[in-house]
Design a protein around this ligand. Structure first.
Ligand code: ADP
Length: 271
């Protein structure tokens, strides 16, 4: 896939080590101000490409956002996709599965939420929770979890073969940055609603989560559904990287406005 910028963040090969990615790395950018201007430009380009994708109505783009609590998943959606407006973009958050969802296989709710043709679908958390939180908290049998990596690869291959381009982003923050953001959630009245005391229990399992992330990134970064690890301690590097990779991908897809279907603009007379 011809995505030069994406290559800086893409997970390739089984030797990948999450610990080697610095969450504060900004070497892909020429400074904060330039990057911020670029985000606005890329968001506008994404908006225009999304309009074409919608008009073409033949393919879709699925953007998977994963990251530990406070990694900035909601902020990313706002920064990268707000310019698009609500018509062709659908955001699906994946929470603790409902009783009905638990009565089905783990991909059932995910498949139902996959974007229709013409739509950019954004997953805020995803089926990867089933090899992350489920693994860390031992919510399923180890053999079942072990099977899931390949099942997920097959599932994503099927989506890709059927017209869904897939991009997966892990928003990588440091443990120190998470502490700062949690403190803000506790003290800032406009953010207190986001604080969940359960997040502190997850924080204690930080190393287990990072190990589970690393395994998922290594085993499920494929040509048809690549993982990207995004330095996310700073919002601007996070937004700039994701906006750029999404834009590149849409440009590579090159959606086209369809020609008039069964009528000729030269012969239509509007009185
Ligand atoms: P946010 O994504 O903003 O943190 P919540 O605070 O509601 O939203 O968190 C969603 C919670 O749902 C997370 O703790 C996540 O681990 C959990 N979750 C998501 N999918 C699953 C799953 N398949 N099994 C168990 N827990 C899950």
């Amino acid at each position: 896939m011809a995505n030069p910028f994406a290559g800086k963040f893409r997970v390739e090969g089984r030797n990948f080590a999450l610990a080697k990615v610095d969450p504060r790395d900004d070497s892909a950018f020429a400074g904060k101000e330039k990057a911020k201007a670029q985000i606005a430009e890329d968001a506008e380009a994404i908006n225009q490409l999304q309009d074409r994708l919608y008009a073409e109505g033949d393919r879709s783009l699925l953007v998977v956002l994963q990251g530990i609590d406070c990694s900035g998943k909601d902020g990313t959606v706002r920064a990268v996709f707000n310019t698009c407006g609500p018509i062709g973009v659908e955001v699906t958050p994946f929470k603790v599965p409902s009783e009905e969802e638990r009565d089905h296989d783990y991909l059932w709710r995910v498949h139902k939420a996959c974007p229709r043709k013409g739509i950019i679908g954004i997953f805020n958390r995803s089926h990867y929770e089933d090899v992350l939180v489920v693994k860390v908290k031992k919510l399923a049998r180890p053999e079942a979890i072990e099977r899931r990596y390949e099942e997920i690869n097959q599932f994503e291959k099927m989506l890709s073969d059927n017209g869904t381009r897939i991009l997966k982003f892990m928003l990588h923050i440091s443990k120190e940055e998470q502490a700062e953001r949690l403190k803000e959630r506790v003290t800032d009245p406009t953010k207190q609603w986001k604080f969940n005391p359960g997040d502190l229990a997850d924080r204690k399992l930080w190393d287990d989560y990072m190990a589970a992330y690393e395994t998922a990134l290594k085993r499920c970064s494929t040509a048809h559904a690549p993982w990207h690890v995004i330095p996310a301690d700073r919002n601007w590097t996070r937004n700039a990287a994701i906006a750029r990779v999404v834009r590149e991908t849409l440009e590579d897809m090159a959606p086209k406005y369809p020609p008039p279907d069964g009528w000729d603009p030269k012969t239509v007379v509007i009185e």
